[in-house]
Design a protein around this ligand. Structure first.
Ligand SMILES: *Cc1c(COP(=O)(O)O)cnc(C)c1O
Length: 348
């Protein structure tokens, strides 16, 4: 891959901000270089020192878990951060475009819109799988990135692996981003294992869903070290705060607990799907490999508002392409799912 062609020229040349912790990264010493409070924090904890800007300890831990080198890992303030940075790094405003496959996660388009980067749509098929004809029609010479979401949000399903491979092979000079926010719930191997085969591949994951750490804002991009270096150049110097870094380090020792959450949530999803099947106003429950169910109802809007009145909040996707009359239901606890079911049944 010709990275010089991929990255925006002024970003390639950019001289990034050098923080105090860039210029001296040793651990021992008398630190009088960053204008920190030398005592402690007003809150009582020790948050008075700036965190490691590149989070090396965490990346080493994560690299053992994921089988990739620490240099292939970017940690972000949620995966929304790498989504934004990737577009900033490669797309010239008003010149380049990205290809997305609606219905899909909304942030790809929002981040592109903010940068005045054009968005080309290659809609998924009716069963929410990649439509390669649509993709090949949407991609042109000005396309810099192709965004795939698998398992897809809001439909919840894994998309066809082979189609992703075809895209990776057909466009070796464009970035192919595979957003795997829900991969822990799916019985499928991550595309992380393909990083060694495709220089144009970026895999996004997050600690917000299966790991249950949405409030700490922790997302990850895995890709070749050249692109990671570019992302490091354009990120905020201390993009992950100390508390999030500490908690992530603890969490990485608890893969078993994460897997138990996944196991329980997947069982609850199947139970909820089974219960919804009995309901006459349910037209279709789409297959899910994630912690959400996209469900087509008779008069979804009416149901959505009725549920809101009962203080049961689901996501109305009925105005989204291919999701007419669909609501997206996050899998809750057993008790929460029962409240949802009772509320749905009580609408007559
Ligand atoms: C939730 C979600 C994310 C964002 O995750 P954060 O790490 O919380 O920013 C990214 N992609 C998809 C498809 C999601 O559903």
């Amino acid at each position: 891959m010709d990275f010089k062609q991929l990255i925006r020229p002024h970003i390639l040349k950019l001289q990034p901000y050098a923080s105090a912790r860039d210029e001296y990264s040793g651990k021992e010493g008398t630190f009088l270089d960053a204008n920190e409070n030398p005592f402690s924090s007003v809150s009582g904890e020790n948050f008075n020192r700036y965190p490691d800007p590149y989070q090396w300890e965490l990346k080493h831990k994560l690299s053992l878990l994921k089988g990739v080198s620490p240099e292939s890992i970017f940690l972000g303030n949620g995966s929304d951060e790498p989504i934004d940075l990737l577009i900033k790094a490669v797309c010239e405003p008003l010149q380049n475009n990205i290809v997305i496959m609606p219905p899909t996660y909304g942030m790809y388009k929002v981040c592109a819109d903010i940068q005045q980067v054009q968005v080309q749509q290659a809609p998924l098929s009716e069963d929410f799988d990649i439509d390669l004809d649509n993709v090949f029609d949407a991609v042109n010479a000005a396309t810099k990135m192709i965004w795939v979401c698998s398992p897809n949000n809001p439909s919840g399903n894994l998309v066809n692996r082979d189609s992703i491979f075809q895209i990776l092979k057909a466009f070796p000079e464009k970035l192919v981003v595979v957003d795997e926010a829900y991969i822990d719930f799916a019985e499928s191997v991550s595309f992380i294992t393909e990083l060694r085969n495709f220089e144009n591949l970026v895999v996004l994951q997050t600690f917000s869903k299966a790991w249950g750490m949405a409030g700490l804002r922790l997302g990850v991009a895995y890709c070749n070290p050249f692109i990671i270096k570019i992302l490091n150049k354009i990120k905020y110097p201390y993009n992950l705060n100390i508390l999030s870094q500490q908690k992530l380090s603890e969490a990485l020792d608890k893969v078993k607990e994460k897997n138990e959450f996944v196991h329980d949530i997947n069982l609850l999803r199947e139970k909820l799907a089974g219960n919804l099947k009995q309901i006459p106003s349910v037209i279709k429950i789409f297959p899910s490999d994630s912690n959400m169910l996209l469900v087509k109802f008779i008069e979804a809007k009416k149901l959505f508002n009725y549920l809101l009145d009962q203080k049961v909040i689901v996501r109305d996707r009925s105005n989204v392409v291919l999701c007419e009359d669909c609501l997206r239901l996050s899998i809750g606890t057993e008790a929460e799912n029962e409240i949802l079911m009772k509320a749905i049944i009580s609408l007559v």
